[in-house]
Write a protein that binds this ligand. Structure first.
Ligand SMILES: [Fe+2]
Length: 185
């Protein structure tokens, strides 16, 4: 029986995400947001006794298919599967990882605590950082006021989507640090 070396797979996953930055993303913020997502995932995994290996690998690889846009979770999952198969990750773990990645988008149905946690981690990073990128993108598409309103709405959706109490507590702290103009409709 081949025993997988988890530390080796985690290291390889980190190297893979850093070496394959989606063209549609700014490298610096992509790397920062992925690392923060990984950190939140491990923090929440500790609280909820979730599978840290599954979460760390999933967090590193969750956006590798970002270039396809809206449907990127399934693209990222497919790419992750191809990559992890070469590293002899057992089928059960592989299934958990690909489900986490496939369902990481806010609002997607979740089937395991690891999936809740990855979604929550991404949500926390949005409330800490990604909302700024979202606002700038909105400004390119509409007026300043409309961009602000869309961002307020998005922030509220993200905040309401959080599954775990541990993430809710962190989300509220992050929400309170967002400029007040982006918190009130
Ligand atoms: Fe994503």
């Amino acid at each position: 029986m081949i025993v997988m070396d988890e530390a080796k797979v985690i290291k390889a996953s980190e190297e893979f995400f850093r070496a394959n930055i989606p063209k549609s993303r700014v490298a610096e913020s992509y790397i920062r947001q992925t690392i923060w997502s990984r950190n939140y995932a491990l923090k929440l995994a500790e609280i909820y006794s979730a599978d840290k290996f599954v979460l760390e690998v999933s967090a590193y690889l969750h956006d590798i298919g970002a270039d396809v846009g809206e449907s990127h979770p399934s693209k990222s999952a497919k790419m992750a599967k191809e990559f992890l198969l070469k590293l002899e990750v057992p089928k059960a773990k592989l299934a958990q990882i690909t489900s986490c990645i496939s369902n990481h988008k806010t609002g997607a149905k979740t089937y395991a605590v690891e999936e809740d946690i990855l979604q929550d981690s991404d949500a926390l990073v949005f409330l800490e950082d990604t909302y700024k990128v979202f606002l700038e993108k909105q400004k390119k598409k509409s007026s300043e006021e409309q961009a602000r309103k869309n961002t307020v709405k998005k922030i509220k959706t993200i905040l309401d989507s959080i599954h775990t109490d541990g993430a809710k507590k962190l989300a509220l702290e992050l929400f309170n640090k967002i400029p007040s103009t982006l918190r009130v409709e």
